[in-house]
Design a protein. Structure first.
Length: 345
């Protein structure tokens, strides 16, 4: 047993009771993320809201962070990033998450080079299962993209719920321009179908090594998502079985009603993976195991929550946390990847 005294964290690290930050992992549009140990000795990603002076010009940042805390602590599934505890409001709002040593999916993707089919299908199955569970709870994610998918061995985990909301309670349109559905560009609210569209973009990125639309400006991307038909995935990546390729291409249909459901996509992914039963989540009421209400009107408990045994993953070792990823809300005023930092938001 090591009885050596533990050194105090650097003075510029946040002083959050019960956590010992050891290093800065990254800084995003709303928060800084630190590698830390919690009171149980787990390695966690401790996400701390930026000071008010650093959020000037981003008036919705504090509410977006509070929303992320609430949704993360309420949603429980092996393929969603696990939140251990958090505080949604106040100058020291914070969220303790799984720490994913392997990092996010985008760091493992190379332009023009698809992942091996088996690996790509496994990742997409995990993301689809987590997303299907969210939809079963009445929630939409609104920011499905490779930067928000984290890897833990063979487990793929969807993270970052800052743009998420319960469909019955309403919320604002949001997302990231390369992945947003046409209706989101038009300012309409997110739905399960708009998440399916973003999932289709991710499918191209993983299985073809490129996104279906390559606009070099926000306006170009908007035009392509609104007006241009997606290229054939079978043509871009002949390794993908045609039934799956056709479904992923259909996921990019301009009209939401023309897109497949996640159940259809999961069935096709399961067939390619040779899985006898679908990975989709079992239907569940929109509440936590204790009966607490889900959504933006629910209280975010600061207490550590445990994943129900019925949903326990085969690999639940403390895994890494999503570094904060800029994602925005509000049509046309949302995050623009082409805008210079000095430009107004």
């Amino acid at each position: 047993m090591n009885t050596a005294p533990q050194s105090d964290p650097p003075s510029d690290f946040p002083a959050i009771a019960g956590f010992r930050p050891s290093r800065l992992l990254g800084t995003g549009s709303t928060a800084r993320v630190y590698l830390a140990r919690d009171g149980e000795g787990r390695r966690v990603a401790l996400k701390v809201l930026l000071p008010a002076e650093e959020l000037q010009g981003n008036p919705g940042a504090a509410e977006m962070f509070a929303n992320e805390v609430r949704m993360t602590l309420q949603l429980r599934h092996p393929h969603l990033a696990r939140g251990y505890s958090g505080q949604a409001y106040g100058e020291e709002a914070w969220l303790a998450l799984e720490y994913f040593r392997e990092g996010s999916l985008d760091t493992q993707l190379l332009p023009g080079i698809p992942l091996p089919l088996e690996q790509g299908v496994r990742i997409l199955r995990g993301v689809a299962a987590g997303l299907d569970y969210m939809h079963g709870q009445g929630a939409v994610h609104q920011d499905v993209k490779s930067q928000n998918v984290y890897l833990d061995g063979e487990r793929a985990v969807l993270a970052d719920f800052g743009c998420s909301y319960m469909m019955g309670q309403g919320g604002r349109a949001g997302g990231s321009p390369f992945y947003m559905a046409p209706e989101i560009y038009r300012g309409e609210g997110g739905t399960a179908a708009s998440d399916v569209y973003s999932f289709g973009v991710l499918g191209y990125e993983v299985l073809a090594g490129q996104r279906p639309f390559q606009g070099e400006s926000y306006e170009d991307l908007m035009g392509e998502h609104l007006l241009t038909a997606a290229p054939s995935l079978s043509h871009l990546s002949p390794q993908v079985p045609r039934p799956l390729a056709r479904l992923l291409q259909r996921a990019l249909a301009k009209a939401p009603a023309d897109r497949p459901t996640l159940a259809e996509l999961l069935a096709a992914l399961d067939e390619v993976a040779g899985v006898p039963e679908p990975l989709s989540a079992a239907p569940a009421a929109a509440c936590t195991e204790s009966g607490a209400r889900l959504g933006r009107h629910a209280a975010a408990s600061p207490l550590t929550s445990q994943v129900p045994a019925s949903q326990a993953s085969a690999s639940q070792a403390p895994a890494p946390a999503p570094a904060d990823e800029p994602a925005a809300g509000g049509l046309l005023s949302r995050w623009n990847p082409f805008r210079k930092k000095s430009d107004p938001a």
